[in-house]
Design a protein around this ligand. Structure first.
Ligand SMILES: C[S@@+](CC[C@H](N)C(=O)[O-])C[C@H]1O[C@@H](n2cnc3c(N)ncnc32)[C@H](O)[C@@H]1O
Length: 338
């Protein structure tokens, strides 16, 4: 059974799974703090999202915090993939624009001049010097979304102007201690850091694939998949969720406000998946296969049988999937007066 992965379609399919998974206490606290900030801020609220993909978090925030849409908000989404940014402009148009509203999209820095004037804030210095990297700007009423193609952590480390910094489902790709430093350095005083969906060492499928069951191959696949998430500094990125606790303990300027589990759990409810769930599950299998094909300790034929068996289980609405993640919310307070 063949499956052709389209990464932006995967990010779209992931939205429904994330909506179920996000830790409600952490997310609720994030939304309340965000609303309080938007009330207390006199100028525009400045939000940075690092590795923001196709902009699904912006849509979620607009849905759950509608009062934000009545404020001046500058939302800078940074991602390394330009194709994600074009999809983000499209995703925003589809999901936040109501009938009769004007949604303007500008491609490139030159068009930004007018948006800059309108919002009266200057964009970060690193961004201003990265002309060649590409940029798309979307304006809907008082909301300006800048879609910036750049390395997200480098960008964060050079722009200490943000009231809110967000990064979802990203930190298991990078070195977390320096990432937390870079993200917190983008925060100005009394600001928020929201880091949901940090993978934390559990990937599990049920039931067994009959053709691979005897060899205990399923457990081996899960184990080798996690081992492949090594980092140059030696720890496995498959445990990013729990390791972040130590990064926060070491970070001097930010303090933890809330944290909790946010597992992805997909199963065929009353014998059927929703369309997004099927696409999501097939995508996860593709990521696993791409990673494990490079592992020469695994038998290639068994791996093919295993992946094929799992895809058949999706087709027959039999596959259960569980992945453990952890969400964090932290705040940077005003410096204490001596
Ligand atoms: C798993 S996706 C998560 C996307 C989005 N946060 C979400 O939850 O839908 C990881 C994203 O990180 C982006 N990415 C990877 N390395 C990056 C980097 N160094 N700087 C910025 N974005 C990066 C990828 O292009 C991808 O969009």
């Amino acid at each position: 059974m063949s499956f052709e992965l389209d990464y932006t379609a995967y990010l779209r399919a992931k939205v429904a799974i994330d909506d179920e998974a996000l830790n409600k206490r952490v997310y609720g606290s994030f939304v309340s703090h965000l609303e309080a900030l938007s009330v207390s801020k006199s100028g525009p609220l400045r939000i940075l999202e690092v590795a923001g993909g196709i902009g699904t978090m912006i849509v979620r925030i607009c849905r759950d915090s509608p009062s934000l849409l009545g404020k001046k908000v500058c939302y800078d989404l940074v991602d390394v993939k330009k194709s994600n940014l074009w999809s983000a402009a499209e995703y925003l148009r589809e999901n936040i624009v109501k009938e009769g509203e004007t949604f303007s999209v500008f491609d490139g820095l030159d068009s930004l001049g007018s948006a800059k004037e309108q919002f009266g804030y200057s964009i970060g210095s690193h961004y201003a010097s990265s002309r060649g990297d590409g940029h798309i700007s979307c304006v809907l009423g008082d909301l300006q979304v800048n879609l910036i193609c750049s390395d997200g952590l480098e960008y964060a480390s050079k722009n200490r102007i943000y009231d809110v910094v967000i990064s979802a489902a990203f930190l298991d790709l990078v070195d977390i201690d320096s990432a937390v430093m870079d993200l917190s350095s983008a925060m100005c005083e009394s600001s928020l850091l929201y880091l949901p969906i940090n993978f934390d060492g559990v990937t599990h499928f049920e039931p067994d694939v009959p053709t691979c069951a005897e060899e205990g191959f399923a457990s081996l696949v899960e184990e080798r998949f996690h081992l492949a998430m090594g980092s140059p500094s030696g720890y496995s990125r498959s445990r990013t969720g729990r390791k972040l606790m130590r990064s926060f303990a070491r970070a001097e300027e930010v303090s933890l406000e809330s944290f909790g589990s946010s597992s992805w759990a997909v199963f065929p409810y009353k014998g059927a998946y929703k369309e997004d769930e099927k696409y999501f599950l097939h995508s996860i299998l593709t990521f696993m296969e791409e990673t494990l094909r490079q592992d020469d300790t695994l038998d290639n034929r068994l791996l093919s049988d295993y992946i094929e068996g799992r895809r058949t289980q999706i087709k027959n609405a039999q596959l259960f999937y569980l992945a453990h993640n952890v969400d964090y919310l932290a705040v940077k307070s005003l410096p204490s007066k001596a």
